[in-house]
Design a protein around this ligand. Sequence first.
Ligand SMILES: Cc1cc2nc3c(=O)[nH]c(=O)nc-3n(C[C@H](O)[C@H](O)[C@H](O)COP(=O)(O)O)c2cc1C
Length: 217
Amino acid sequence: MTGPRDRLPERPEPGDTLPASRPSPETLELLALRRSAPAAVLGEPGPGPEDLRDLLTLAFRVPDHRKLGPWRALTITGEARHALGDLFAEARRLADPGAGEAELNVEKRRPLRAPAIIAIISSPVHDDPKRTPVWEQELSAGAVCQTLLIAACAMGWAATWITEAPAYDPLVRKALGVGDQEKIAGFIYLGSAMEPLQERPRPDADQKVRPWTGRAD
Ligand SMILES: Cc1cc2nc3c(=O)[nH]c(=O)nc-3n(C[C@H](O)[C@H](O)[C@H](O)COP(=O)(O)O)c2cc1C
């Protein structure tokens, strides 16, 4: 064990009976108070290989229209973070020839902000809109990212969902093996919070919600 971690319940088999709801005040508290840790606040220790496996097992339990599994993940830890930093710097150098040493160093250090990174890649299985539209497959990848944040928090890790320019950079995409139809949904940075977090402004549900009364107005 490399840090805070709880064992998962035994994985259910397809067809096993599961409760339709599972009242959990602890889960409500987590959802009401969870927040992302800015990357600058993340530090050691981070999740080890077993933790990452558990986290992804949970994260992949997301709604997924027609059970396509239209996502995949890359784990990036240890020395590989340095290789990723070199890649980010090279990508920046090519995209922005005016970037100086200081800017390139910022890129190099990005992946070193956390002990572990999971890249979630949206990987649509087909682009036939009559079956599951790509949009729905991409939404499912977003659900993987969010579930990962929640699972990480419940296991005692701090985490944040970041894309930054590298997620869209052609050199980075190629070096990570991201195919033409694929997208990097996010880099989830994981570690331990080095300081307490502060609440950020949140939208008010009353401002965002209104009843639909039968016509658009
Ligand atoms: C798809 C996606 C990409 C994001 N990319 C970045 C990013 O590149 N840089 C950044 O500072 N925040 C980024 N964020 C926002 C962070 O995740 C931010 O910390 C988050 O909004 C905090 O929200 P929370 O406390 O509710 O988790 C991104 C969020 C999403 C959903």
